[in-house]
Write a protein that binds this ligand. Structure first.
Ligand SMILES: Cc1cc2nc3c(=O)[nH]c(=O)nc-3n(C[C@H](O)[C@H](O)[C@H](O)COP(=O)(O)O)c2cc1C
Length: 181
């Protein structure tokens, strides 16, 4: 069979695929990490879909100087209510390139591992696993109990990437400057 001919130089190229990522924030310390991820994705022109749990909003408002959770809405293309089970990201037919939960509380880790799908964060994570899409969990707790470790092993075996924040600044007892700017 003849090899495929190269496209002519003046051929119209399809527009580059814009990446689409779900960013979920839960109620663990280190809300600044979620803020930074959202800002970095915006800088990279990634289409972001943001969900914040009730306790994520609380930690953003209390931990991140100069930020509140509503201000974060301006940094994502789409923002969902955590209880809106009709949100399109709760369905596998809505294609995304991946999802990151940052920071990820031990409660949400446990819910994902057990397939609870009790809110849009755990449902969207479940969808990523069943559709074999990339799911990254920035799990935040210290020290870790056997339950935490078991849940981390479980989600890893199910296809997620567990990515605890290991920045050197943690040794100072904070997240290295709490301003999101
Ligand atoms: C200020 C604050 C800090 C917290 N830090 C953590 C944490 O680092 N890791 C964790 O697993 N839970 C932490 N928690 C507890 C969670 O917020 C709690 O388990 C909550 O139910 C998590 O719900 P969510 O995963 O739906 O956000 C913290 C709570 C508060 C109020």
């Amino acid at each position: 069979m003849a090899p495929p001919r190269p496209a002519p130089k003046n051929a119209i190229k399809p527009p580059p695929h814009r990446k689409r990522i779900i960013v979920a924030m839960t109620g663990a310390s280190g809300a600044i990490l979620g803020v930074r991820v959202l800002m970095a994705l915006r800088h990279l022109n990634v289409e972001t879909h943001l969900i914040m749990s009730k306790w994520a909003r609380h930690t953003i408002d209390s931990e991140v100087i100069g930020w509140d959770s509503t201000k974060l809405h301006n940094y994502a293309q789409h923002v969902y209510d955590i209880d809106d089970m009709e949100a399109r990201i709760a369905s596998g037919s809505f294609r995304v390139d991946g999802m990151i939960v940052v920071p990820c509380s031990m409660k949400t880790l446990a819910a994902i591992y057990n397939g609870l799908c009790d809110n849009v964060i755990t449902r969207a994570a479940d969808v990523c696993l069943k559709e074999r899409r990339r799911l990254v969990l920035v799990t935040r707790e210290t020290p870790l109990s056997e339950i935490h470790l078991r849940n981390m092993l479980g989600v890893t075996r199910a296809g997620a990437v567990v990515f605890p924040p290991c920045a050197g600044v943690l040794h100072r007892g904070d997240f290295g400057g709490r301003s999101g700017e």
